[in-house]
Each structure stands twice: as C-alpha cells, then as structure tokens.
Design a protein around this ligand. Structure first.
Ligand code: KIV
Ligand code: ZN
Length: 564
C-alpha cells in the first residue's frame, strides 16, 4: 500500500473572522526590515559562516541599509558570542544600526546573552519559547499555564539582566515560536503575560514577533491570524508588531505581505530566502515587490549581483536562475512573441515616463542588468528576437521580410546545433545568407548619368575573373541596373522591396542596403554595405543575384566584355 496518503493530515485551523479588514487594504510603505541572515540563516547552513564570512555578510547588510540585524545566538554558540564581541569592540556598528540577538527563555542563557552584549550602545534582546499545542504537549509536556510561565519567567530574566547594564539602550522582543500553529486566543494570552512584565509604552515599545515557524496554511489564513492578534492584544500602541515567516509552502513572501496588510509593522527575513528547510522569507523579493509597485523599499537593492555574490560565498548555496527579480534568466525572453512585444515596448518607452514594458515588470537597468540579457535567441524565437539582436548589437534595422527569412535560418541552426544561438552567430548567418556581393559576380565600379529624368547606368562587374559591362536605363540606379542585367542575361527580374539606412554617423558612416527581388518568379533577398549608397544598393542586387545559380542563369557570353 502506498504511504502517499493525504488522509494522514489535517488542515490548519483558521481563526473565526467576521469582519476582516486586511483584504481591502494596500501596502503603501516599506515595513521595518530586520535581517536574520546571521542567525536563522546561519543556523540553517551545513557549514555555518566563519568569522570572515560573517563580517562580509554584516558589511553587506549594513551597506544595503538594514537598520536592525539579528547577529546570532551568542549563548548557544561561541562563534556567535565572539562575533557579537567583535562588533562591539571593533566599533563596527554604525550609529543608526541596532543589533539583535536571540535567546531561549532560560536563565543561564539569558545571563550569558547580556554578557555578550556588554558595552553595546543599543541592542534588541529577542527571547522566545514555543507555544503551539504540539510543542506544549509533545515536546515540553506542559499545559497552557506551564508554557505561559516559561514566557513570563523569560521576560523577567531579560528585564532583570538588562537593568544590570543601564548604559545600553535596550529593546525587548518576544516570539511565541510556532505562533501560526498556536490557538489564537492562547497566542494573545501568552504575549499578554510577557507585556505584563515588560510594561511597554509608546515611548519605550517592545517588539512582539509572530513566526510561522513552519508554514502550514495559505497566506490568507496567516493574515487572519495576524489581524486577530493585532486587534485582540492590549497596548497595541506600545508594540512593534513583527512577522517572521518561513517558506515551507512557498508562500513566505505572500504571507508576510498579507501580514503587513493585517497590521504588522516589521518583517524579519533573509537575503534570497536562506533559512531552515525551504528557507526564511526572502527580503530581496518582498522589497523588490514593493519597488515594482512604486514604493520605496528603503533598502538599496540596485546591485543584486553583489548580493548574490556575497550570499553564495557565505552560504555556499546557489541562486536559482529564475529566482524572483534577480535570477540570471529573469530578464531573458526566449519566446518570439515575448521578444517582439518587449522590443516594441522598449522602442516606445520614454526615459522619464512610468515604466510600461510587456513582460518586463521593472527596467533591468535599475538593478544593473542591461538589455544584453533581455533577449536570447533559440528555436522558439521568432523574427522579433532576431531583429532585436541585429539592431541592438549591429545597428541593422532589417526589413520585416528579411527578419522572417533570417529567423528561419536561426531556427534551423538552433535545431541542428541545439539550444541558444548567440548574437555573433546570428550576425554570421545574416552575412552568409544575404551578403553575397563578393561571390561569383561583384561590382568593380559604375557611372550614373541623369538626363531628362532618366538614369543611365554603366556598371563594371567582375564575373568569373572577367570584367563585364552592364548598361541600362531606368528611374534610379537600381532600376537602370536591373534593366541592364535583364537585357544581358535574359532573366526576368523585378524589385519587390528596397530599403537602406546609415550605420553610425559622421563622414565615416557606412550605408546598408536591403533588397528583395523577384528573379524568374522566385523571391530572393540580398543586402550589402558600402560607404556610397548607390554602390551599396547595386551590391545588394548582386547579393540577391548571387543567391540564385548565376552560372546556369547567366551564361558569361551573354554579358558584353567591358570597354577598355
Ligand atoms: O522560525 C522561528 O520561529 C524562529 C524564532 C526563533 C523566531 O526563528
Ligand atoms: Zn525562523
């Protein structure tokens, strides 16, 4: 019999809410952030950070603008104790940053925690004990009153020890660990016991931190729990209500966001979501979510590559290429229709207008990513991606019909070689396919005369190592050349489409000409470059002619030898 049996599990009970307010609210400002990278994040590592790594992570967190940083569990770990001492003794804590340390509600550990913090100007002491029925009954073998006594006693020890160090500005924080699996009336009751000890005031508030230690419900239920708590706890004006979500169901960010709607002021999390099991709430994601809605995240996330580099160096964990906002592939569109839409929107996007680009929720430039990574071309890409790359990397604005033909060549190459076709390869395919003006037939020179609105063109062409002369009349150089060629070769040729543009600017600018001919009933495209636009256009005609089998189509004898 299969052990995969959903009947083993029960849904997380949700508080009965009649008049919930959070669904009709919106987030308008960033919460207070607290990084727990150096504590919760560090505790979850196979190999905890060494001193150098902690210092590196600390420097990054400060640089990003965190004002509250949980730096360790000094009573439980000597390296954490030493790190706290280093921060204080090396004066490494900026004036506007407050360190936070975690401790269980146990006397000896609390005493040691305060020893670690000796000499700190400010500090948050974060005490916790677990409150859910499973923890109460199965882990501690205690009833509600017994667990409340632990919390109250812990609060008292914290207060007693703090009084021994009056030079430090203390903030107390309490977490009913496993809050989201605790009955809400009891979560409020246990926190009231702590508040009774600490007696916070609006001028001297404490932090109550509500963890989803193991995420076990949909984020709306967590939001209901937060709103229940926020509206039932006393002294709300003397509490900074904090959230600490984990990502077991993949919803830690959503839970924190809805929790903020439900009344939380502060959010704890880690960079890129490192933490126990599936991780802590990812502050980078939540902050970038705010940013993309026009809200100042109050963290400087303009260089996620640095965040990734430090995070990877400190945690030895890779970052998924599709990680929200910052992954390697986040600003890359593989599908042709996406590429086409992005290209059109980018062309229409004005520098100071609100960002409106399909498939790009933010401007990649904001976070140091450039458009290099926006579009890559593979067999799924249509003409849009190919056109984008040719324009972006080579300044070539291909006409639509040429984009289509080039996209087919790219697709064949991608299917044959497998995977992505890079920009240089696309350009090479363009040159191979369309630019054949130095193949069997090439232009040596020309003379163009205009009399009475009629152009007469005499072109010297090299055909199989022999110089030949083509002469024709028409309106414009191309039509005169085509007329002359038809007369000499017997081919039926008409010009279907033609365009040209300069590449670069100034006197040195080159011209590129694109032409689509109908040669004996078959459409053939060609392109060519030259500093002279007439030469570019005649060469483009030759590029197209060279694509059909000129040996069969044009017997050399049909062409007149050049006049010497
Ligand atoms: O996840 C958790 O519950 C914790 C607490 C100690 C806040 O990390
Ligand atoms: Zn945690």
């Amino acid at each position: 019999m299969s052990t995969f049996d959903h009947r083993k599990y029960r849904p997380t009970p949700a508080p009965q809410m009649r008049d919930r307010q959070w669904p009709s609210r919106t987030i308008t400002a960033a919460p207070r952030w607290c990084s727990v990278d150096l504590r919760d994040g560090n505790q979850a590592l196979l190999e905890p950070m060494n001193v150098a790594q902690k210092q590196r992570m600390w420097a990054l967190l400060v640089k990003l603008g965190f004002k509250e940083i949980e730096v360790g569990f000094p009573s439980a770990s000597q390296p954490d104790f030493d790190f706290v001492r280093w921060l204080i003794e090396a004066h490494a804590i900026p004036e506007d940053v407050t360190i936070q340390v975690l401790v269980q509600a146990r006397e000896a550990l609390i005493v040691r925690t305060f020893e670690a913090l000796k000499g700190a100007k400010r500090a948050i002491v974060h005490v916790y004990n677990s409150t859910s029925p499973v923890q109460r009954e199965r882990v501690f073998g205690l009833d509600r009153a017994g667990v409340t006594a632990i919390a109250r006693q812990g609060a008292e020890w914290v207060q007693r020890e703090a009084r021994k160090y009056p030079a430090t500005a203390w903030t107390f924080q309490y977490s009913p660990e496993s809050f989201s699996n605790t009955e809400m009336d009891y979560a409020v009751e246990v926190c009231e016991a702590v508040l009774d000890v600490w007696q916070p005031t609006p001028a001297q508030p404490c932090i109550i931190n509500l963890p989803s230690t193991v995420e076990s419900s949909t984020p709306n239920i967590f939001a209901d729990q937060v709103e229940y708590f926020a509206t039932h706890i006393s002294r709300r004006d003397s509490i900074i209500l904090s959230l600490h979500t984990h990502n077991d169901r993949g919803c830690a960010v959503a839970a924190a966001e809805l929790g903020v709607l439900a009344g939380a002021d502060r959010v704890e999390g880690t960079l890129l979501g490192n933490g126990e099991r599936t991780g802590n709430m990812d502050i980078v994601t939540m902050a970038m979510n705010l940013y993309s809605q026009g809200i100042d995240p109050e963290l400087d996330l303009s260089n996620p590559d640095e965040i990734i580099q430090v995070a990877v160096e400190c945690t030895a964990l890779p970052v998924h290429p599709r990680h929200p906002w910052v992954g390697e592939l986040v600003y890359t569109a593989f599908s042709g229709s996406h590429q086409d839409a992005i290209r059109k929107c980018l062309q229409r996007q004005q520098a100071d207008a609100p960002w409106q680009v399909a498939y790009l929720p933010i401007d990649p430039l904001d976070i140091g990513r450039d458009y290099q990574a926006v579009i890559r071309v593979n067999s799924q890409s249509g003409k849009g991606g190919v056109a984008f790359v040719m324009e972006r990397d080579y300044g070539l604005s291909l006409p639509r019909w040429m984009q289509e033909e080039l996209a087919q060549a790219v697709q064949r190459t991608s299917e044959a070689d497998g995977g992505e076709v890079d920009s240089a390869r696309i350009h090479a395919l363009f040159m191979q396919t369309f630019v054949n003006d130095h193949a069997r037939v090439s232009l040596k020179g020309y003379r163009l005369d205009r009399t009475g609105g009629q152009d007469t063109l005499a072109a010297q062409i090299m055909f199989d190592q022999q110089i030949q002369l083509i002469q024709g009349h028409g309106e414009g150089a191309i039509s005169a050349f085509v007329q002359g060629w038809m007369r000499h070769s017997g081919q039926r040729i008409s010009v279907v489409d033609y365009s040209e543009h300069a590449i670069g600017s100034g006197t040195d600018a080159e011209a590129v000409a694109y032409i689509q001919l109908n040669i004996d009933g078959q459409r053939v495209a060609g392109a060519a470059f030259d500093h002279d636009t007439v030469s570019a256009s005649l060469k483009a005609v030759l590029s197209a002619l060279n694509r059909v089998n000129v040996r069969e189509a044009i017997p050399p004898a049909a062409l007149s030898p050049a006049a010497s």
